[in-house]
Design a protein around this ligand. Structure first.
Ligand SMILES: [Zn+2]
Length: 214
């Protein structure tokens, strides 16, 4: 009888895959759904003011669902899968160490509303996998910018102008790896690069999970 109840509880509390709703593996993202994520080419996607920008994956159904689930639907344990996917891509780019991972910061009002910065969660997992150092103090967002998706490229740049501030005391002379989820026009990376360079920090690389631009 006891084993029956334990079996029943196991069955009730079995984790369903957030993507296909099957519970065979009792995980948040089953291996079949994870394996459906597709890498983009292993190489630099674009350069912004001499800084290389890499993008890990094709913007398809499951990767979009992964990003949105973490960002808007409080599915915090998805951060691990996003970080794992980025790390698997990144190992094809370089085996160099010594990066300091800087997640794109949210303005404190927005972080308060959302209760967490999803990219900090991804960065934490990414650092656990890579052994890199996490740095969330180097750059903060001092302007509460409008959401970017409705804006033209020129409006995006204007919206983000002077949005960030560097805290030089938090700089440890490492190589900076800025990470974000979606790189559309690159305007967020560009403004962060501009701000860091103005503070004399030049060893910068950018890395996004995906891009809606094919
Ligand atoms: Zn699944």
């Amino acid at each position: 009888m006891k084993t029956f109840f334990i079996g029943l509880l196991d069955w009730i509390y079995k984790k369903k895959c957030y993507f296909c709703r099957r519970s065979d593996e009792s995980v948040k993202m089953c291996s079949k759904c994870y394996d459906s994520l597709e890498f983009l080419n292993f190489g630099k996607r674009l350069a912004l003011d001499g800084v290389s920008v890499y993008v890990a994956g094709v913007y398809d159904k499951n990767l979009q669902k992964l990003i949105r689930g973490l960002k808007y639907h409080n599915q915090r344990d998805l951060a691990f899968y996003q970080a794992k996917f980025m790390w698997e891509y990144w190992q094809n780019i370089t085996d160099e160490s010594g990066f300091e991972v800087v997640p794109v910061p949210l303005h404190k009002d927005r972080e308060y509303k959302r209760r967490y910065n999803h990219m900090i969660l991804v960065a934490e997992e990414f650092c656990r996998l890579s052994g890199y150092t996490l740095n969330t103090k180097l750059i903060t967002r001092v302007k509460n910018t409008k959401p970017q998706y409705k804006l033209s490229p020129a409006e995006r740049a204007e919206n983000l102008h002077n949005a960030f501030k560097v805290n030089k005391n938090a700089y440890n002379c490492g190589r900076i790896l800025i990470i974000d989820d979606i790189c559309t026009t690159g305007s967020t990376f560009a403004e962060m690069i501009r701000t860091l360079k103005n503070a004399g920090i030049n060893d910068i690389t950018c890395f996004a999970t995906t891009t809606p631009n094919p």
